[in-house]
Design a protein around this ligand. Structure first.
Ligand SMILES: Cc1cc2nc3c(=O)[nH]c(=O)nc-3n(C[C@H](O)[C@H](O)[C@H](O)COP(=O)(O)OP(=O)(O)OC[C@H]3O[C@@H](n4cnc5c(N)ncnc54)[C@H](O)[C@@H]3O)c2cc1C
Length: 292
C-alpha cells in the first residue's frame, strides 16, 4: 500500500484551500483500510478520511494526520432488491444514478449534496426533507481496534450530526430504498436541482452551508443577510452575494480567510440576534473559531 507524503489538500476540497497532509493513501479494499489504520496506530498518528471535500475546511499549515481517500471497490455501488450496497467512497450522484436505473426511490434528496456516502453518513447529510438517517440501514465502520456494522442509532445520527470521530472510517453502507418509477425520480431530481440553482451559488467554489440553522425564526442565511454580510470579503474569501450562508473562493482564498469571515459572521449574529451560530463545515487539522 503506497503512502504518499506532502499531498496538497487544496486539491481535495471544493473550496480549494488547505495545506499538505503528512501522510496520504488511497485504500481500495476493507483490508487495505484496516492495514492503514494499524500502520497509523503504531505511529500514534491520527487518521481522517476525505470524501469529495465538499464540507471541509483544512488547515493551511501542514496537517499531521494520515489522510485517506477511499477508492476502488470502496467506491462501488450494487443493487440488491430494495437495498443499495454502497462503498463509503462512492459519490452520492453515482449512487442516485444506480438507484434510479433500478427503479428505487428515497435517495432523491441527495442530488443536492455533492459528496460521498461516507461524508453523508458522517454529517447525516440532508436536503429537502430527506436525510441519510431516513434511508441508512447500517454502515460498516473500521477503527484501529476492528470493524463492525453500526445502525443509525448506534452512529448517533441527528441534525447534521453523527457521533463518528476521526480514526473511524465508513467503509460501506446499506441504504433501504423503495420501488419508484425512474421517470418520477428523474422529474423530482430535475425540480430539486432547479430550486437549488435558483437559491444557491452552485457555480462557485464553496463548501456548502457554513453554519447550521439555529433555533430561530430566521435561517442562518437570512440572519447573515440581515447583518449585511452578503458580498463581504476578507482576502480571497467572500460571503456569497447569492446566499449568505455560503463562503466562496473568489480567487486566492485561504482557510484563514474563510475562518476570519466565519468569526465576523458569528460576532454579528450574536450582536444583532443574540444567536451563537454553530459551524456545519468540518475542520481538518489544527483549526478552531475564537470563543464568542
Ligand atoms: C454546493 C454545495 C451544496 C451543498 N448542499 C448540501 C445540502 O443540501 N445538505 C447537506 O447536508 N450538505 C450539503 N453540502 C455539504 C456536503 O456536500 C455534505 O456535507 C457531504 O455529505 C460531504 O460529503 P464529502 O464526501 O464531500 O465529505 P468531506 O467534505 O470530504 O468530509 C466531511 C466529513 O466527513 C468525514 N468523512 C468523509 N468520508 C468519510 C468516510 N468514508 N469515513 C469517515 N469519515 C468520512 C471527513 O473526515 C469530514 O469530517 C453542500 C456542499 C456544497 C459544496
Amino acid at each position: 500500500m503506497r503512502i504518499e507524503e506532502g499531498v496538497e489538500l487544496a486539491r481535495l476540497t471544493t473550496l480549494g484551500t488547505g495545506g499538505r497532509a503528512c501522510a496520504f493513501a488511497r485504500p481500495t479494499s476493507e483490508a487495505e483500510v484496516e492495514e492503514l489504520l494499524h500502520w497509523a496506530d503504531e505511529r500514534a498518528l491520527g487518521v481522517a478520511v476525505v470524501g469529495l471535500g465538499s464540507n471541509l475546511l483544512a488547515a493551511d499549515d501542514a496537517i499531521d494526520l494520515l489522510v485517506l481517500k477511499l477508492a476502488g471497490e470502496l467506491g462501488a455501488v450494487e443493487v440488491d432488491g430494495d437495498v443499495l450496497r454502497v462503498g463509503g467512497g462512492a459519490a452520492n450522484a453515482v449512487a442516485l444514478h444506480r438507484a434510479r436505473a433500478a427503479g428505487l426511490g428515497g435517495f432523491e434528496f441527495a442530488c443536492a449534496i455533492p459528496g460521498t456516502i461516507g461524508g453523508g453518513v458522517w454529517m447525516n447529510g440532508g436536503a429537502y426533507g430527506g436525510d441519510f438517517a431516513g434511508v441508512l440501514e447500517r454502515a460498516l465502520v473500521a477503527t484501529a481496534g476492528g470493524s463492525g456494522w453500526l445502525t443509525p442509532a448506534e452512529l448517533g445520527l441527528g441534525y447534521r450530526h453523527s457521533e463518528l470521530r476521526h480514526g473511524q472510517v465508513v467503509m460501506r453502507a446499506e441504504l433501504r430504498l423503495r420501488p419508484r418509477p425512474p421517470e418520477e425520480i428523474k422529474a423530482e431530481v430535475r425540480e430539486l436541482n432547479a430550486r437549488r440553482k435558483a437559491a444557491q451559488p452552485t457555480n462557485r467554489r464553496t463548501f456548502g452551508s457554513v453554519f447550521k440553522n439555529p433555533e430561530h425564526e430566521l435561517s442562518a442565511g437570512r440572519m447573515l443577510e440581515a447583518c449585511g454580510l452578503k458580498g463581504h470579503r476578507i482576502g480571497g474569501a467572500q460571503i456569497s452575494p447569492k446566499h449568505a450562508n455560503f463562503i466562496e473562493n473568489a480567487g486566492g482564498a485561504t482557510t484563514a480567510h474563510a475562518l476570519a469571515l466565519m468569526t465576523e459572521a458569528r460576532r454579528r449574529a450574536l450582536e444583532q440576534f443574540g444567536v451563537r451560530l454553530e459551524h456545519e463545515v468540518e475542520f481538518l487539522g489544527e483549526l478552531g473559531l475564537p470563543p464568542l
